[in-house]
Design a protein around this ligand. Structure first.
Ligand SMILES: CC(C)(COP(=O)(O)OP(=O)(O)OC[C@H]1O[C@@H](n2cnc3c(N)ncnc32)[C@H](O)[C@@H]1OP(=O)(O)O)[C@@H](O)C(=O)NCCC(=O)NCCS
Length: 294
């Protein structure tokens, strides 16, 4: 039986999610605040998200993000001993029906490359592969980075400037990196994190850095900085070679934030990704972005 996720607490949804992912390809356990944040940032609508219940036990889950003209199927999973009985299909059908009811034109999703059961399931429901996306990390670099006089001018900017730059992108970003997701970040509660024996307040604002290069290249990076990590990293190239400008912009960012580890999610595999690699990022896994038009 499928029930709207709205009738469950975040604690119950988190437990159900984790139970569906115990054997997942890339371990990604969630806790309650994280799932709450995930739904808020990504505009997940709990009214149109579903839980599968059997013998009073939650045995499956699927969520739906909803934005203008499009929806996003996410967090789909069935507990291991409940699989291959049609539950994944039933949840997928319910999410597609909800998308139709809302009146969106396109349904999007991502599946980890190599997750054959999920890929087959989505192909069965007429989703088609759009592109591969890279998830990458970069360890901190305590030493200063040599930029060889490449940089002519650096401007540090705040949240609203970052949102403006993000909104001007020409290439279609993945759902996680859409301007709407980034705008939602600020609405989240301020986090308290432990570090060096003290509790620090972590700002939810995004920051941005604009970099002008001596050879005329120009680019920017927007990101969220926490005490230990840089996340929600997006680079935009306004002029010059996409790879070189991306590398220079990221080197400037990491010069400024030497202590933090960095994570970039759902980056298209293009010239910019080469720039990320030049700046010390390495691939951790890939997702396949898929789409179905209704
Ligand atoms: C992917 C998943 C949700 C499928 O759930 P499920 O309840 O087993 O799916 P169904 O029984 O409805 O199967 C539907 C279709 O999926 C495909 N499928 C499911 N399991 C499969 C497997 N082990 N191998 C190959 N294809 C498989 C088949 O095409 C199947 O159709 P068929 O039965 O007509 O052959 C489930 O395997 C799961 O929770 N995996 C871990 C979490 C995950 O990968 N989530 C997706 C994230 S994008």
């Amino acid at each position: 039986m499928l029930i709207s996720a709205r009738h469950y607490t975040f604690s119950q949804l988190t437990e159900a999610y984790n139970r569906t992912r115990v054997d997942y390809l890339v371990p990604m356990p969630m806790n309650e605040p994280r799932l709450r944040e995930y739904t808020q940032v990504n505009d997940v609508d709990l009214d149109y998200s579903y839980v599968s219940v059997s013998d009073n036990t939650l045995c499956g889950l699927g969520m739906l993000g909803v934005r203008k003209g499009r929806s996003w199927l996410t967090r789909l999973g069935v507990i291991p001993n409940g699989r291959r009985r049609g539950t994944g299909s039933a949840i997928t059908e319910a999410l597609l029906e909800a998308s139709q009811l809302i009146g969106v034109q396109d349904v999007w999703l991502e599946v980890i490359k190599g997750n054959i059961p999920a890929q087959k399931l989505f192909c069965k429901y007429a989703f088609e592969e759009v592109r591969e996306l890279v998830i990458a990390r970069r360890p901190p670099t305590p030493d200063s980075i040599l930029l060889n006089n490449k940089i002519q001018h650096v401007t540090y900017m705040e949240h609203n400037d970052a949102i403006y730059l993000l909104s001007q992108r020409k290439q279609r970003p993945n759902w996680l990196n859409e301007t709407e997701s980034m705008q939602n970040v600020r609405a989240l509660p301020v986090l308290a994190s432990m570090g060096e024996n003290s509790v620090r307040q972590t700002s939810r604002n995004l920051s941005a850095i604009m970099v002008e290069l001596a050879d005329g290249g120009q680019g920017w990076v927007s990101y969220q900085a926490t005490f230990l990590q840089l996340t929600r990293i997006v680079v935009g190239v306004l002029a010059g070679d996409p790879t070189e400008v991306t590398a220079a912009v990221l080197q400037t960012l990491h010069q400024h934030h030497r202590r933090q580890d960095a994570i970039v999610e759902n980056l298209p595999d293009d010239e910019q990704w080469l720039g990320f690699q030049q700046a010390g990022y390495f691939e951790t896994f890939r997702r396949i972005e898929m789409k179905r038009s209704l």
